[in-house]
Design a protein around this ligand. Structure first.
Ligand code: SF4
Length: 114
């Protein structure tokens, strides 16, 4: 019998199915155009994102964004000492661009755990 998937596996699968096809970095071949040394900010931070969504309960997306900036953007390496990120400013970070959808997917999958 196949083992049940973890919540993180289910979230990653849904990100692949529901967000990746619309990602600005997706090539027509289905591959990511980003170089290997620039990993997908959604997948590479998914454990942190899950913990953020687990510990925030708010109607306002700003509450989640504040934690995203503090716990992900601060360690991402793309943000400067003034809190500015050139990728975010150019709408070129898929985590930032699709963050509302990422939060919704994580919330739905965490609710299945209850
Ligand atoms: S918005 Fe910038 S600092 Fe934040 S995750 Fe995206 S690339 Fe990194």
């Amino acid at each position: 019998m196949a083992e049940a998937k973890s919540v993180q596996e289910r979230i990653c699968e849904r990100v692949e199915a529901e967000i990746s096809p619309n990602c600005m970095h997706r090539l027509p071949t289905g591959e990511c155009e980003q170089p290997e040394n620039l990993p997908c900010p959604i997948h590479s931070n998914i454990a942190r994102i899950i913990e953020i969504v687990r510990s925030v309960s708010s109607e306002r997306i700003d509450s989640y964004i504040d934690r995203l900036r503090a716990e992900v953007c601060n360690v991402c390496g793309m943000q400067d000492e003034f809190g500015q990120c050139c990728m975010r400013n150019q709408l070129d970070c898929c985590l930032d661009a699709f963050f509302v959808l990422v939060v919704r997917i994580v919330e739905e999958e965490l609710a299945r755990e209850l």
